[in-house]
Each structure stands twice: as C-alpha cells, then as structure tokens.
Ligand binder design. Sequence first.
Ligand code: USQ
Length: 395
Amino acid sequence: MSHILILGGDGYLGWPTAMYFSIRGHEVTVVDNYFRRNACKEMDTGMLYSVPSLTDRSNTWYERTGKEIKVVISDLNDPESMRKLFNGKVNYDWSKDKKYTGIPETVVHYAEQPSAPYSLINYKCADFTLMNNLRVTNNLMWALRDYARETHVIKLGTMGEYGTPNIDIEEGWIEIKHKNRKDKFLFPRQGSSIYHTSKIMDTDLLWLGVRIWNLRVTDLMQGPVYGIETEETKIDKDFQTIFNYDEIFGTIINRFITQAVAGYPLTVYGKGGQTRGYLNIKDTLQCVYKSFLSPAKSGELRIFNQIVETFSVNELAKKILKVGNDRNHNVKIDHISNPRKESESHYYNPIYQGLLDIGVKPNYLTEDVINSIFKIVEEHSKKIRKDVIYRGIKW
Ligand code: USQ
C-alpha cells in the first residue's frame, strides 16, 4: 500500500483518480482550494448537476467502501502549505484517527487552472493562470527538493503544448542532428493559449528539477478528455465528478453531447478540420495508475502522449449527430466563426505508444460509449442552460 497525494483532488479528473487509487487499497490524500467550483460560480457557467463538498464525498466514500480519503482544503500557491504535505509531520487534521503515515510515495499533480478559454478572458485571468500554474509547480518542486526526492511526480501535461507542427509529434523527445553532431531535446513546443503556454513553462520547471536535483517525473501529455462515468462514480450518486458543458470548462465531446440533448446546434468552430487526440476519462485513470505502477527513475523526466485515437472536430460532430438522431434528438451542426486562433486544416500525426507499452487498454469512442454518456446527460436535461453554451471568448 502506497501513500498517494492528489493535488487538485476536487476537479473533473482529481476526484475520480482519488477513488480509483483508494478502492485499490492505497492511502489517498486529496488537496484542493476549490478553484474550479468557485470559478464556475463566479463565471456562472452552469453545471449539469451539483456535487457535494470534498469532505462530504469523502465521508460518504468511507460509509460506502470502508476506505478513507483524507481531505486537505488548502491553496498550494502558498509554499508553506505545500511544504507541510511533505515534511512528514502531522500538520493537518489529516484523518479520522489523526495519524499521518509519512511522506507520499507518489504525487499526482492536477492543481492547475485547466481551461484555455479561461486563460484568455482578460488580463486578470491570464495572470491568474500563469501565476497559479507556475507557482504551484515551483512550490511542489522545492518541497520535493527539500524533503522528498524519491517521491514520484505524475504531472498532467497537455498535447496542446506541441501545437500542430507539420511533422510527426514524438513522445516528448526528439533527436536533432546539427552540423555532424546530435543530441536529444524536448520536442519543440508552441502552445496556442496562455493556458497551454503555462503548461510548457511548468514542464520546463520540472525538467530543471530533474536535471539538478534528480527528481522523478512522469509528464502525461493529455488530449481533451470526455466522459462522465467511471467504475467508482457508479457506487453512489454523490461520487459523480464535476461535469461542465459550458464554453469555459467544458471539453468538446461533453459539450457536443449536451448540445445535442438541449437541441442546440453543435458548435463546430470554423472549418472543423482541427484534429486532436482524445481519451475517455476511464483511460486517464488507467494511464495515471499504470504510470504509478512503473515509476520514472531518479533523474528521469519520462513523457507519454496520453491519447488513444485522433479525430477532427467534423468527425466528432458527425459521430454525435448520428447517435443523437438515433436517440430521437433533432441534432444539427453549425459552423460558427472560430473564436480561437488555431489551424483549421493541418497535418497531425502524434506517436502514442508508451502508455500501451506499460499496459493501458484503451476505451475507444464507440457508439455504445457515446450512448452511455447521452443517457446520463438526458437524465439531467432540464438543468442544461443554453445561455452558457457559447459566449464567444475570443483569442
Ligand atoms: N472546439 C469546437 N467547438 C467547441 C469546443 C471546441 O470546435 O464547442 C474545438 C476547439 O477549437 C479545439 C478542439 O475543439 O480545436 C478541442 O477543444 P476543447 O475545448 O475540447 O479542448 P482545449 O481547449 O484544447 O483544452 C482541453 C482541456 C485542457 C487540455 C486540452 C488538451 O480543457 O485542460 O489540456 O484539452 S489539448 O487540446 O490536447 O491541448
């Protein structure tokens, strides 16, 4: 049994990750400052359903499974709050029995502002995104340096760091030959938003930590995630994860399915040739868990491209239209002027072999899977707010 610390444990991925590790017998602590919930309220994003506080969810989890998920509500922008998670002392009201069992073996780092549109709303949101994402990562890096160099960090990166170059996208690294000499470098990165650029910078920070302090880091370059259900969310309705369908925090597949249910034409941005790698939320959990089971070595920055298949926006719209119409929704597709600055037709050929090699078994976007998401969204159809679907946040 390992002690796993999940930074950003209240988010779309954080809470399902916590349950995934806990049910497998690991000691899990989640840390969060409720940024996502608070931002959803402030920005009036609407949510498909409300979710209980972390403490309430953790109490219900204990009742239903007999397993404890420790909850720390704390803002990791504060270096002292971060350091208290690693110095091996009883600093927080950690658990029911108040015993803290020491420095975590693994940290899963999700504690970042995750939305590209949010980061481009205005200069304040841009500033928050940069400062939050870099400060939290820097605070983590120094806590590891000072207390826990053996701890394995699994950090969520994003495929968007690479952008859409006119060459194949390697898994993190590229060998370059120059004037008869060669060396290996991080694959070139060119983000298309302040958010994506903050993720490039936090990778650079951790890469420095790996080089100078022998930290152990796995960077998961994840594509847009979809889905609502995991094995653990099915145990109790209180375990459902935060589900956004609005323009700021909703990702495309979740948005399109919600739009189809609401009778809102699918919002294809521009020509719709934008191609990305996608994965089911269940596969995020698998990828993180497999990375935990075979950790990066001391002094290694290991990078995986965390996607299982690629689609253009048009291909996704067609898939959702087909399933939606089979379910008697009257789905229409709209091509709206693209609020983002991005290529709408481009070469895209990322390599994604590393996670398969360590045992991930992909869940693909089949009609059955799309149907299962439709079913849950339909149960909440009365709560869908059309006014939050598109507001036109421009790059
Ligand atoms: N798109 C539409 N219509 C919509 C929403 C999106 O055509 O209504 C297009 C976008 O223009 C983009 C693509 O769909 O080309 C994906 O957009 P998205 O909103 O699903 O994803 P994105 O903003 O790129 O960000 C999401 C997550 C982020 C993660 C990233 C992975 O919010 O945390 O890092 O996916 S990636 O896209 O590979 O960078």
